[in-house]
Design a protein around this ligand. Structure first.
Ligand code: PLP
Length: 398
């Protein structure tokens, strides 16, 4: 059976260059000062420069790019490191702003802070648009300083691109000491260059994840601006040997980091081609869904009202449970996910789809199809044929 992997937002297959870099990475500890350590340190430095370049960082810079193990760790360091940074009034420690429907790796640490007295203010994202008017008004009436504001760049379930730049500017104007964070995991190397540059967006911290961009698992990154470091607005949450400027202690996972750097450089060099390949596949997918919708009107796409990362499609089904369709397609070798892979595993209602504006029963009948330049038209056609067959046979069984 030919297999069609359309779950690129869950993880991606490591590229050949990424696997080569993994194998070729020096095995030494970058902190050792003998030859073997120095060789590893040089590889780490190169990898940092390579990933930094994709974000628009100069080779000589006071901004920092910290390697972590994954996007989840980067988000946790950003938020919890900010909360730990300053002495705060225990009765009113501060306000954390998040876009509604953030990934659990930011939402859940925020909920942990909420239990410690922080106030969490969620900016609505109905229809896939970050509500800037709501944010503007909320900023006027907050009763404690905003310490952190996190806006994801691309929603992992709907593909909606949020206007992080405008949101960051609003928060910055009123709370210059707040750490403004962007989880760019689903936008990194999936939008045009300026779309995922922390400089263009005006954020202090930015999360990346290697395995979403064709590196092996085990390496993520956190960009931290000089401003945030200098003002001591973020401090380490995991004391240890002091690697990565103390912000992420632990011997660096050099093979995974080298793999991340190779995949990032490759993706950056081929960005334009990759974006246009993905856009063509999107057009094919959208046409196919529109054709099916002529016969089965309940089928459709949850299309964000604003900008879209074209490689993520949220597909509505006519009352068929997401898992049922997922299993049907899986039986045909077409691999997609129900909402996001993480929320599906946790069997939780999707906060992202609720924030988009779907009722629970609607969110129960949504699948996520995600693709990129490594996919082919055959993959998309196989999905459309599978969807068509699934809708007809599963609907009948209902
Ligand atoms: N943030 C977003 C938006 C994601 O989609 C994901 C993973 O799906 C993460 C963070 C977590 O990344 P990782 O799997 O590297 O921990």
């Amino acid at each position: 059976m030919t297999e069609h992997y359309l779950d690129q937002s869950a993880t991606t297959r490591p590229s050949e260059a990424a696997l080569r870099a993994l194998n070729d990475a020096p095995w030494g500890n970058p902190s050792s000062v003998h030859r073997i350590g120095l060789e590893a340190a040089a590889c780490l430095k190169e990898a940092r420069a390579a990933v930094g370049k994709t974000l628009g960082m100069g080779r000589v810079t006071r901004d920092r790019l910290i390697f972590t193990s994954c996007g989840t760790e980067s988000n946790n360091i950003a938020l919890l490191g900010t909360a730990a940074a300053k002495k705060r009034d225990p009765d009113n420690p501060g306000v954390v702003i998040l876009s509604a429907g953030e990934h659990p790796s930011l939402e859940n640490p925020a909920q942990a802070l909420e239990k410690r007295g922080y106030r969490i203010l969620r900016v609505p994202t109905a229809g896939g648009v970050l509500d800037l008017d709501y944010l503007r008004n909320a900023l006027k009436s907050v009763s404690a300083p905003v310490i952190f504001a996190g806006f994801m760049l691309v929603n992992n379930e709907t593909g909606a691109v949020y206007d992080v730049k405008s949101a960051a500017a609003l928060v910055r104007a009123k709370f210059p000491d707040a750490v403004i964070h962007c989880d760019a995991v689903q936008g990194y190397l999936k939008l045009k260059k300026s779309g995922f540059s922390p400089y263009a967006l005006g954020v202090d911290t930015m999360t990346l994840s290697g395995h979403k961009v064709h590196a092996v698992r085990g390496a993520g990154a956190l960009f931290v601006s000089e401003n945030a470091v200098k003002r001591k607005n973020i401090v380490p949450v995991m004391p240890g040997g002091g690697q990565e400027w103390g912000l992420r202690s632990g011997t660096e996972n050099l093979p995974a980091i080298a793999s991340f750097a190779a995949a990032a450089s490759e993706g950056f060099a081929a960005l334009e081609d990759r974006l246009s390949a993905t856009a063509s596949l999107r057009a094919l997918l959208s046409d196919g869904i529109a054709r099916l919708a002529e016969e089965v009107p309940e089928v459709g796409l949850n299309v964000p009202a604003g900008e879209l990362q074209p490689g993520i499609a949220s597909v509505r089904l006519p009352g068929i449970r997401s898992e049922t369709m997922l299993n049907f397609l899986s039986g045909r070798g077409v691999y997609i996910s129900a909402g996001s892979a993480c929320s599906a595993a946790a069997k939780k209602k999707s906060a992202a789809l609720a924030a988009f504006g779907l009722r629970d029963d609607e969110a129960d009948s949504v699948i996520r199809v995600s693709f990129d330049h490594t996919n082919t038209e055959e993959d998309v056609r196989a999905f459309l044929e599978g969807l068509d067959a699934g809708v007809r046979s599963l609907q009948r069984k209902r």
